[in-house]
Write a protein that binds this ligand. Structure first.
Ligand SMILES: C[S@@+](CC[C@H](N)C(=O)[O-])C[C@H]1O[C@@H](n2cnc3c(N)ncnc32)[C@H](O)[C@@H]1O
Length: 230
């Protein structure tokens, strides 16, 4: 079993992340009924959304990520919830997977695509999607607006969307995380930790301009025509 580092134990960032699963559930409810869908959770991390998707659907779910430590946490949760017959954690990059075209009915991603070059990542995702499949992205509104036109050119049209309350990533995640880090540092002194430093970099970025991190779930639908022409 993977043991949490002292920093993880003190901060419990995963508990803060879990509060956002209510939006994952609301976004899933925007989809039409999908019968036993094949779902890819791209950049699943430790699998908050992956496990939630298993609860929401009766589908087969693969979570892929390049972070072995996060995947170990997902595997622990798969085992704990006895989901091994439906959920798989795979150490792979979106750009290296060997799946056939149209392998999934639903692609899901939360906070991943903005890290990648859309000119490469969006076609790589579209290729994996079944004709008439769905693609749900949880990203900032600003990022989504920047790729909206490109999505149209590869046959992905907007089907629905869920805009999250303004600044909620700041108020419900980064601000409480900042308070927990402050308390941790007060107790443990000025410790050097790559994990803490990474959290602090993100906090500083979001705190500087919380409105820029207003987010939504964008539900895209692949049109059958685009599948024929691709
Ligand atoms: C901000 S985290 C989001 C994790 C998770 N989706 C969540 O919402 O908790 C971004 C994740 O994308 C993963 N990632 C980045 N590039 C990737 C790639 N090319 N293929 C698969 N995963 C990738 C990272 O390792 C990281 O776990």
């Amino acid at each position: 079993m993977r043991t949490q580092s002292p920093v993880e134990q003190a901060l419990q960032a995963s508990e803060l992340r879990a509060a956002f699963l209510r939006y994952t559930r609301e976004a899933y409810a925007l989809l039409p009924a999908l019968e036993r869908p094949r779902i890819l959770d791209l950049g699943c991390g430790s699998g908050s959304a992956t496990i939630e998707l298993a609860r929401l659907s009766e589908g087969q779910i693969v979570g892929i990520d390049t972070d072995a430590s996060a995947l170990a946490e997902l595997q622990r949760r798969i085992d704990e919830e006895d989901l091994g017959d439906r959920v798989r954690a795979l150490n792979a990059s979106l750009f290296d997977v060997a799946w056939a075209d149209q392998s999934f009915d639903l692609l899901w991603e939360e906070g991943v695509l903005h890290l990648l070059d859309p000119a490469q990542s969006l076609p790589a995702c579209q290729r994996l999607l079944e004709p008439a499949g769905f693609f749900v992205m949880h990203e900032t509104v600003a990022w989504f607006e920047g790729v909206r036109d490109h999505l149209g050119t590869i046959g992905l049209g907007i089907f629905n969307q869920l805009l999250l309350p303004g600044r909620c990533w700041w108020t419900d995640y980064y601000a409480p995380l900042e308070a927990r880090i402050r308390a941790f540092r007060k107790e443990h002194g000025d410790v050097e930790s790559a994990e803490l430093a990474q959290h602090e970099r993100e906090i500083a970025m979001v705190k500087a301009d919380p409105d820029r991190f207003d987010c939504g779930f964008f539900v895209l639908h692949r049109s059958r025509d685009s599948a024929r022409s691709s």
